[in-house]
Design a protein around this ligand. Sequence first.
Ligand code: ZN
Ligand code: ZN
Length: 387
Amino acid sequence: MFNRDVISAIATEMTALRQRIHQYPEAGFCETQTAALICDELEHLHIPYRTGYGKTGVVATIAGKNGGREILLRCDMDALHLDESNDLPYRSQNAGLMHACGHDGHVAIMLGVANYLSAHNDFNGKVHLLFQPAEERFGGARDVIADGLFDDFPRIDAVYGLHNWPGVELGTIAGREGALMACGGSWEMTITGSGGHGAMPHQTTDPTLAAGHIITAMQSIVSRNVSPVDSAVLSIAYMQAGEASVRNVIPATVTLAGTCRAYKNEVHTHVFERLKNVASQTAAAFGCEATTTVKFGYPAVVNATDKFAIASRAAIATVGDKFNGSIEPVTPSEDFAYYLQHVPGAFVFLGNGDSAALHTPAYDFNDHSIPTGIEYFLHVIALELGA
Ligand SMILES: [Zn+2]
Ligand SMILES: [Zn+2]
């Protein structure tokens, strides 16, 4: 359906561009050079765009031949604080920064789509291409939305994105309906009582004893409060009470902290609510008080059934039987999830072959996956907005 020679010629150009972006990685919300390069390319293609979404974000808009629906395709632009260990001709020139998550490749794929669409706009409606800042840690998607993405383009009713995935064979697209990537958050708990002399515990309300019971009781949250068909993780990563050199003082405070993961936002919320409750009620039983503060990270990436069906058809049209539509969910998080709270969509993984893992100094995006990524998005557009 799409001319693969044309896509392959575009992919060759985009490979050079990807390697240029790789040389000059920029941290979240600081992607000014990367954004300038994107805007240059869009101007060269005569594609209109708007800036100012999450500081450095760019939205390009390509109108089809006729009016119709509008969809959003999203990529991310930021790099990580890592020193690259690769000896590549295009290795990072910015000390302490590296494209270790392949967002350089995601930008190249999206600009490849822009290239193709600038000459072939035979669809109805509009396609918006979003170049998003600060996916790593800062949740730049939230800023893009706060800066008016869905107000400025209110007719967007579907969103698609992809991420390269090391360990998945090159030329493969993989994903699943429903939850694909986890939501996660952190928590911190302070248990306070009255401390005192270690020899006179009856004059204290020993918070270390309360902490022990809380640690045991919180194990019941995943086993008794989460449905057997759902899953969640609640872990303690930090615990502090008393002073290292003191042996005869019962401390007045115990601090615990940890993490939570789940594949449903409502499960995650429920686990945190139970944690607060179990802690405060258990502490009360021992005459202590427990206060728990929780911090939600990115929500879960949940692929909508109908949109994942479109993604599947697009993937099969692109890679045939190298599409795997029923992989296991993965535990990392992605801020693509924030768009899915506004409009339904689908997120898939693009095989990066046998490369080093994401977020490691030896990682590199596999340029051979660029044409696959471009063609996948073109099929999504054709299926969503086909003339
Ligand atoms: Zn990453
Ligand atoms: Zn990433």
